[in-house]
Design a protein around this ligand. Structure first.
Ligand SMILES: [Zn+2]
Length: 326
């Protein structure tokens, strides 16, 4: 066994538009300490990255970990990343296009740094330490304010040449639909996301004014959250049933395209809506036979993610741990 001062640790950082989660993990990806700070990206990337690194150093000190024991830093961001280094586009941050986040963080920390789109990190984290252990080809579907996929082929992240791989939320399903944040119109994620579910439910409550969901929220629409809709689905509320069925049908449509293209062994459901993953999996399976080849469905497995609220930190740390695995 190595003496304590020789044990190696890894840093996982999940940079969000509002908050940044920072964790120090061991080589089994157990989190020793985690902390959340405001991202404050408008202060500039240098300021933000310097504050993050200072926080990492402070956290290490509380665990009696020397800076030399930190092997590297994995960064996850909600945007397109090229070559695990350059953020080509991230609408949440004002750092400009084609910003070299790896270079800046390496200059500030003097550590080895890798950067990747957050959902790709989660996919790698699930592969190494979560529901994807023992598999080689997996897709992680992240359903939150948007809809995206992390694709792992032969145990490697598929990032794409422009960082666009897995952006299946932007498959256009209705050219006459709503304008999407990406600039296209009628994207899948305007229907199959937490945002889409909430918008559709509110519309139906105002239009129909029937059922127990309407009774609870007609005068308090701003209090409505996605988990309420799943709760009322289980209570047989007509509006909740209509919304969830439509959501799962759209999700199955998009997933069918992915399955016919990638043909993975396993699909994992992560993100905010994944707390209802069991119901989503059951429903999506019933619709998938309309959209995916029967051969690709024959042996497909579907599971909820295991990393849950730690997925951002553990996924980012996995980027570095993966390089040092024997
Ligand atoms: Zn879009």
């Amino acid at each position: 066994m190595k003496p304590n001062h020789l044990i190696e640790y890894y840093v996982g950082i999940d940079i969000g538009g509002t908050n940044t989660k920072i964790g120090i993990v061991d080589n089994h990806c157990n989190i020793l300490i985690e902390h959340s700070i405001k991202t404050l990206s408008s202060q500039g990337a240098k300021q933000t990255f310097s504050r993050i690194w200072q926080t990492v150093q402070d956290m290490a000190k509380t665990q009696n970990i020397a800076t030399d024991q930190l092997i590297g830093i994995g960064l996850g961001i909600p945007g397109l990343v090229v070559n695990q280094a350059i953020i080509s586009r991230a609408s949440n941050f004002s750092w400009g296009d084609n910003f070299n986040a790896k270079q800046l963080m390496e200059e500030i920390s003097h550590k080895f740094v890798k950067v990747e789109k957050d959902v790709n990190n989660i996919a790698l984290g699930e592969l190494l330490f979560g529901s994807g252990q023992g598999f080689n080809n997996i897709i992680v579907i992240s359903i939150g304010t948007g809809l995206s996929a992390g694709i792992i082929i032969d145990q490697k992240i598929l990032s794409g040449v422009n960082g666009c791989a897995g952006e299946f939320g932007h498959i256009v399903v209705n050219e006459n639909g709503l304008k999407c944040g990406c600039g296209l119109t009628g994207c899948l994620e305007t229907y199959a996301s937490a945002t889409g579910i909430l918008r559709e439910t509110k519309r139906l409550i105002l239009e129909k004014q029937t059922g127990i969901l309407s009774k609870h929220f007609y005068h308090h629409l701003s209090d409505l959250e996605v988990h309420h809709i799943f709760d009322f689905y289980n209570k047989n509320d007509d509006i909740a049933i209509e919304v969830i069925e439509k959501f799962c049908k759209y999700l199955a449509y998009g997933l069918g395209i992915l399955l016919n293209t990638i043909d993975p062994e396993l699909v994992i459901f992560a993100g905010g809506v994944s707390k209802s993953a069991d119901l989503i999996i059951q429903k999506v399976k019933t619709y998938l036979s309309r959209y995916a080849l029967s051969a690709s469905l024959a042996n497909i497995q579907m599971k909820p993610g295991q990393l849950l609220d730690s997925a951002g930190i553990k996924g980012a740390a996995s980027l570095i741990i993966n390089d040092y695995r024997i």
